[in-house]
Design a protein around this ligand. Structure first.
Ligand code: CTP
Ligand code: ZN
Length: 159
């Protein structure tokens, strides 16, 4: 029998979590960028399981990130939607999925990406909050028009 876990009936590939968030249907290869967006760096106390390039019905291959003891902010979900547009956010409490929703791509993201153009007003000395319009497969700086397609994750302002 085929299902989206890519694990049954033979095995469970990544164990279930007790309470926290499962970010499922992440585009294959994006799991490490998901960790970067969530600021997960392997510090003590962070309990995280990752599956990479797991077979999936909906995507050719998917990544999955399970974070114990944490629910995500809307800002974090907005940024995740840029690199994982098909992701499902599952909130787990007491081993049960109590909430499930698809990420939605916002029209604009403010203050979370930094423009790669060094001459952009948002990267100068005067503090100007960055702003990007979200396109189909890219983001565009609202100030200088710079378009970034492939390397969106590298713009994430983790400071
Ligand atoms: N999950 C988990 N720990 C739990 C409950 C669920 O890690 N205690 C994971 C499952 O392994 C799955 C995801 O959360 O990857 C969603 O769980 P569920 O809704 O039960 O699975 P599906 O119905 O297959 O989800 P979807 O329809 O979104 O593919
Ligand atoms: Zn710019």
């Amino acid at each position: 029998m085929s299902n989206d876990h890519g694990d049954e009936p033979h095995e469970l590939r990544v164990s279930k979590i007790r309470s926290g968030t499962v970010i499922d249907h992440v585009r294959g290869g994006q799991a490490l960028n998901v960790l970067a967006i969530l600021g997960i760096d392997g510090s003590e106390g962070e309990e995280v399981s990752i599956g990479m390039n797991v077979p999936s019905d909906r995507l050719a291959r998917k990544d999955i990130v399970k974070v114990e003891g944490r629910e995500l902010s809307q800002d974090e979900v907005d940024v995740l939607s840029l690199i994982a547009p098909d992701a499902t956010i599952n909130i787990v409490r007491d081993y049960e999925v109590v909430e499930k929703h698809r990420v939605e791509r916002p029209d604009i993201v403010e203050g979370v990406l930094s423009c790669p153009n060094r001459n952009c007003i948002t990267t100068g000395d005067e503090p100007v909050t960055s702003g990007f319009e979200v396109l189909e497969e890219a983001v565009r700086c609202s100030y200088c028009g710079t378009i970034v397609r492939e390397e969106i994750a590298s713009l994430i302002d983790t400071a």
